[in-house]
Write a protein that binds this ligand. Structure first.
Ligand SMILES: NC(=O)c1ccc[n+]([C@@H]2O[C@H](COP(=O)([O-])OP(=O)(O)OC[C@H]3O[C@@H](n4cnc5c(N)ncnc54)[C@H](OP(=O)(O)O)[C@@H]3O)[C@@H](O)[C@H]2O)c1
Length: 279
């Protein structure tokens, strides 16, 4: 399997070009699935307070025996912890559950604009980074207005914005904005979850042409867009398959054909950051 390339973030730190989504892996089976992902070669684990599996992520990391500095551990502050002091406390509690002394990437999970406290949460992350408790800081599900507001307030541009992104919802506008602002786009539900276009003709044709699976075509499409996908799989075979996407290249016609699967409202569950409440 080809080596996993990396991205250098706007703060100088590095992320692997594909990561592992851990929701909803929990309990002993969850720990085993996360351990299997590490054994397959994943070096970025994406968790969140709201996934209720930070202790499983920490346990899998310890069982793997991998050196701490070889694995990027990312978590997310929930909406109910946006007030400044609550955000600081929340990250300390995440570290305790993970059994770690620092996080490599800390995000704000959703902006929850109805609470209007995400600016405070961002100030807290800026402070935690200065204190060395978190290495890189970023956001998730932020729109252009949310991004501009926190950047103006703090002078600090997020290293990452993790957004819903898959062939039915390719997020061209947000990707272009991220490019201009120097923010790395991370993709949640990168396969499209239950609406994954695994049987669409364009995806099947590209898979056949390259001798790969349809899942690998979708993840390769992300890589060539500059989007960092974090696929979840509980199955060790599919985990390995989802990482093995650096030995072939889609043509520009194949890329366009996958992007043409975009739908007017291709969001998976109506998760519009302006209105979605995730506390
Ligand atoms: N920031 C946010 O608001 C947010 C929101 C949602 C998700 N996330 C993050 O994004 C991660 C991934 O998103 P997701 O789990 O919603 O969706 P996803 O990764 O797009 O899809 C996961 C589903 O696809 C299946 N699958 C995985 N690889 C496959 C392959 N090669 N072929 C066929 N099926 C495959 C999995 O089944 P098996 O397990 O059986 O393989 C699972 O049912 C989450 O785990 C979480 O870390 C973040």
């Amino acid at each position: 399997m080809a080596e996993i390339p990396t991205y250098v973030l706007n703060d100088g730190h590095v992320l692997p070009a594909v990561g592992f989504g851990t929701y909803p892996l929990r309990g002993e089976d969850g720990t085993a699935a996360i351990l299997s992902a590490l054994e397959s070669g994943y070096r970025l684990l994406d968790t969140a307070v709201n996934y209720d599996n930070e202790s499983e992520v920490g346990e899998a990391l310890r069982r793997s025996g991998l050196p701490r500095d070889e694995v990027v551990v990312a978590s997310k502050i929930p909406g109910r912890h946006h007030a400044y002091d609550d955000a600081i406390t929340s990250v300390h509690a995440s570290l305790e559950r993970l059994g770690l002394d620092h996080l490599d990437l800390q995000l704000i999970h959703w902006p929850n604009p109805s609470r209007d406290l995400y600016v405070e949460a961002w100030r807290a992350l800026v402070q935690l980074q200065k204190d060395g408790l978190v290495r890189s800081i970023g956001v998730s599900n932020f729109t252009e207005a949310h991004l501009r507001r926190i950047i103006e307030d703090s002078g600090v541009t997020p290293a990452v914005n993790q957004v819903e992104l898959h062939p039915r919802f390719p997020q061209a506008r947000m990707r272009a904005l991220h490019e201009r602002l120097g923010i790395r786009t991370e993709a949640w539900s990168p396969m499209g979850k239950r609406r994954a276009p695994l049987e669409e003709a364009s995806v099947m044709q590209a898979a056949e042409a390259h001798g790969v699976t349809t899942g690998q075509v979708i993840l390769r499409w992300h890589v060539q867009l500059g989007s960092l996908p974090i696929p979840k799989s509980a199955d060790s075979g599919r985990q390995a398959e989802n990482l093995d996407i650096f030995g072939f290249e889609l043509s520009s016609d194949e890329m366009d054909a996958v992007s043409a699967l975009a739908e007017d409202d291709g969001r998976l569950f109506g998760g519009d950051p302006e209105t979605h409440e995730e506390l």
